[in-house]
Design a protein around this ligand. Sequence first.
Ligand code: FES
Length: 73
Amino acid sequence: MLVCLCRGVSDRVVREVIARGAGTLREVGRACGAGIDCGSCRDLIRTMIASCPPRGCEPPAAASSESARADGA
Ligand code: FES
């Protein structure tokens, strides 16, 4: 599911950057670009941060394959 339409960032990518340590909206934005344009996704990102604190969740299993697809692999 796309979380950020402006940047085309999926929920898997957002969960992955949170799991890697992004604990604020700004950190998530720096890591993957989500939430840095129109801002309409920020409430959802905040909810995701609150429900999955930094280093408190495992990154989604399919996140690495999604990254590979983004690279054209
Ligand atoms: S939908 Fe995320 S910044 Fe616009």
